[in-house]
Ligand binder design. Structure first.
Ligand code: G3I
Length: 387
């Protein structure tokens, strides 16, 4: 049995007695630790079988949302048509995110018409099975409706168009969603606003940076009870990007513009970013006093593109990585600021990452046959240990 707690202490820098003795309250004998590390290293190399998964329900005993993104509507592999996906979602998760059918192009296909059918079916499925819903996403530069991209008007016309979009959708779902990604990916990794160019933002181009606060204000007005998040990728790794987000959120708080938390998408890999970086990035939002929500967690295990199958050794490495990320969240984010942890898909075959690269990958908690992977055990062990 690999003792991840010992390894977690090593990774968190608790090598010396004083560092652990004073702060972490864990006295660790350096010599014993090195023996344990050697044992673990040997065990890692000897792993020839997939280690057992004994998790009955990932969400059991967890007092914050344990979420999963699901395909629905006429997107591929809809959960509404898949008993396998439904059974796993109900058994292990307490919250759903719609992977695609609550985005701008799906809900608002024409300027004067909205299409809520598929989303309502999913929201009803969640509600009927005791799961909450996280709305993804009111305003984003991608998956906009084509009419939005060809919309013409002055700044005020664009403001009214965007505010009407947000207000209509947030009003429609008011009282039925626990939270929203209000704005997604408005910053670049260097901390500048996403503006022009291929992955530019029509919202920034036509309204300016104020589109963000206007979206939050409209969302709060339409659904006063929903938690409102700003969501982005690479926040767990890019200091410049996260600093821009934190500065924006601090400014919003100073001006009483509603924002409840920051969504860290966390599309990460087996070895990047480091756990210490992830923790220090979380801490910046914790210090702001708003919530931290991991909104789209998946862990690429073949970023080097050297593997062609999920071996027991890779699966064990992924188990530890899920353990480390979840324990980093639980040891850094106080209970009152935990917006939740959502994985971006149920089965590896549903992952957006598959097909993105020429090599295979296995980023999620369940395999192509909807069987639990050791990664599920790693996440469950962290949830059990670091509550
Ligand atoms: O289902 C249709 C299919 O019927 C049609 O024939 C085909 C034609 O291209 O499109 C299919 O829809 C695709 C959809 O995924 C369902 O598979 C869309 O083309 C494709 O663009 C869409 O990709 C989604 C991607 O966002 C779009 O940017 C992924 O599923 C989704 O996982 C991904 O999720 C994003 C988050 O919303 C924001 N954060 C990053 C994350 C990963 O990119």
């Amino acid at each position: 049995m690999i003792n991840y707690r010992i390894i977690a202490l090593v990774l968190s820098g608790c090598l010396s007695l004083t560092a652990c003795g004073s702060g972490g309250g864990h006295q660790v004998d350096k010599a014993k630790l090195q023996d344990k590390q050697e044992d673990n290293k040997n065990q890692q190399e000897e792993i020839t079988e997939f280690t057992p998964v004994t998790v009955t329900s990932l969400k059991e005993g967890v007092d914050f949302p344990i979420g999963v993104a699901v395909p629905a509507g006429n997107y591929g592999s809809s959960i509404m048509l898949s008993e396998d996906r439904q059974n796993l979602a109900i058994k292990h998760f307490s919250q759903l995110s719609a992977e695609n059918i609550m985005k701008m192009d799906a809900l608002h296909p024409a300027q004067d018409s909205f299409n809520f059918t598929d989303a309502d079916n999913l929201v009803n499925f969640a509600s009927n099975n005791g799961l909450s819903m996280h709305g993804h996403v009111l305003v984003w530069h991608s998956q906009t409706a084509s009419w939005m991209r060809s919309f013409s008007g002055d700044k005020q016309a664009w403001i009214e168009m965007m505010e009407n979009h947000v207000t209509t959708i947030a009003t429609h779902f008011a009282g039925r969603l626990k939270s929203w990604d209000v704005v997604n990916e408005a910053f670049l990794d260097d901390g500048n606003y996403r503006s022009t160019g291929e992955s530019g933002s029509i919202w920034y181009q036509n309204i300016g940076a104020e589109f963000i606060e206007r979206a939050f204000i409209a969302a709060r007005s339409a659904d006063p009870d929903a938690e409102l998040y700003y969501n982005d990728y690479n926040l767990s790794s890019s200091a410049a990007k996260l600093d821009a987000v934190v500065n924006m959120a601090a400014d919003f708080k100073s001006r009483n513009i509603p924002i409840d938390g920051v969504g860290f998408q966390m599309h990460i890999s087996d070895n990047y970013p480091s756990i210490s970086t992830i923790k220090s990035q979380f801490q910046k939002v914790v210090d702001l006093g708003i919530k931290v929500k991991i909104t789209e967690l998946d862990i690429r295990m073949n970023s080097a593109e050297t593997a062609d199958e999920l071996t027991p050794k890779i699966a064990e490495k992924q188990k530890k990585r899920y353990y480390d990320v979840v324990s980093a969240y639980l040891t850094t984010v106080p209970a009152s600021q935990r917006g939740g942890i959502t994985v971006w898909g149920i089965s590896d075959i549903d992952s957006w990452i598959i097909g993105l690269y020429d090599s295979p990958d296995w980023p999620l908690l369940f395999n192509a046959q909807f069987e639990a992977k050791p990664a599920l055990q790693g996440m469950a062990d962290a949830l059990a240990e670091f509550k």
